[in-house]
Design a protein around this ligand. Structure first.
Ligand code: GSH
Length: 299
């Protein structure tokens, strides 16, 4: 039996920096900035400070979808925030998001810049601003928002729970992996049943709910998250796989998912995006090849 199996919590928890694990160098029990650093500002109305994780991809996909609809006001600069290097604790970033997590958006389209943090809030801000991907009223809006907020509440069990203990924790703890694998599979079944009755999560139309859920659960069923595809038998969730492939083939999704990416195939990484032309021919060819191979989701 290893020491973590017989741990007795002390009366008062103290910060043990040597606790280990993949994110030990950035995790800390206090908020606020650690250093002074202004954020860069580009020339477009939308300034995004992010990283190409599933939470970051939601926003770049949304912006690319809006641009594809012809909304020039959605033009954006996507600046890279390297969370492993502590960029989220710079004073400028903390002013944009006091929670020190990507993504953070500063909407500079009006006289006064507006900060928006939390990916769900950013998606709603953009959807309402451009009147797109969010039904205006009635049951369709209620259903869309229900699935949007389902993602916000559910993904921490997948990422912070299952993903952390299955892939990143310094020890494999059966209890923790069992608990979160069970919950992750339950969530996949929730999605699978919904997508058996409906083309998209909100109903007949593609909405911010799909944009929020796809980078997480689309990536999961395509076997791209935590190397866990076989362990979770993700191929069993056939309706989720159908939906993941369908969304992954959208040109705006193929562009948005590679913005601010620093991992995986270098040809499918656009570390910063400042112009539409930044998606160069080489990247586009690579994305076309990926789409042809139907490997559409997040990585
Ligand atoms: N609920 C937040 C979650 C954001 C989040 O967890 N971001 C992670 C990367 S995916 C992060 O910035 N982590 C840095 C840290 O925890 O210090 C949202 O949806 O925006």
């Amino acid at each position: 039996m290893s020491s973590q199996d017989d741990y007795t919590p002390p009366k008062v928890w103290t910060w043990n920096k040597a606790s280990g694990g993949r994110f030990a160098n950035i995790n800390r029990p206090i908020a606020g900035p650690t250093h002074d650093k202004d954020l860069p500002v580009g020339r477009h109305p939308m300034q995004l400070y992010s990283l190409g994780t599933p939470n970051g991809q939601k926003v770049t996909i949304m912006l690319e979808e809006l641009l594809a609809l012809g909304h020039a006001g959605a033009e954006y600069d996507a600046w890279l925030i390297r969370i492993n290097e502590g960029d989220q604790f710079g004073s400028g970033f903390v002013a944009a998001n006091p929670n020190s997590k990507i993504p953070a958006l500063v909407d500079r389209s009006g006289e006064t810049p507006v900060r928006v943090f939390e990916s769900g809030a950013i998606l709603m801000h953009l959807a309402e601003k451009f009147d797109a991907f969010l039904p205006k009223a009635g049951p369709a809006r209620a259903e869309c928002l229900s699935w949007l907020f389902w993602q916000m509440g559910s993904a921490p069990y997948l990422g912070g729970g299952f993903g952390h203990f299955y892939a990143y924790a310094p020890h494999k703890i059966e209890y923790a992996i069992d608990r979160f694998a069970m919950e992750t599979k339950r969530q996949l079944d929730v999605l699978d049943r919904r997508l058996a009755e409906s083309e998209f999560l909100g109903g007949a139309d593609y909405t911010v709910a799909d944009i929020a859920v796809w980078p997480w659960y689309g990536g999961l069923v395509k076997g791209l998250l935590y190397g866990s595809g076989e362990f979770l038998a993700v191929h069993e969730y056939k309706n989720v796989v159908r939906w993941a492939d369908q969304i992954g083939a959208r040109p705006a999704v193929r562009r948005g998912r590679i913005v601010n990416r620093v991992m995986g195939d270098p040809a499918a990484q656009l570390r910063e995006r400042h112009e539409a032309s930044d998606f160069d021919t080489k990247t586009q060819d690579k994305l076309d090849a990926q789409a042809a191979g139907a490997s559409g989701a997040a990585g």
